[in-house]
Design a protein around this ligand. Sequence first.
Ligand SMILES: [Zn+2]
Length: 65
Amino acid sequence: MASKQTTTLALTELCPICDLELHFSTDIEIGELVECTDCGTELEVKNLNPLEIIEADVEGEDWGE
Ligand SMILES: [Zn+2]
């Protein structure tokens, strides 16, 4: 009963906007959208290893040139 189980299955990353610690399941994928539970910002999974979360580009990519 002394085995100490680490929480390697849980992914955590700070919200880039409000620094809230967000928890992600291990089956998230790049490009997945999540919403910060604190500031409500739409966030996008940019990278998995290491986990990187960015503010989702809600404006779309067609900005014109
Ligand atoms: Zn936030």
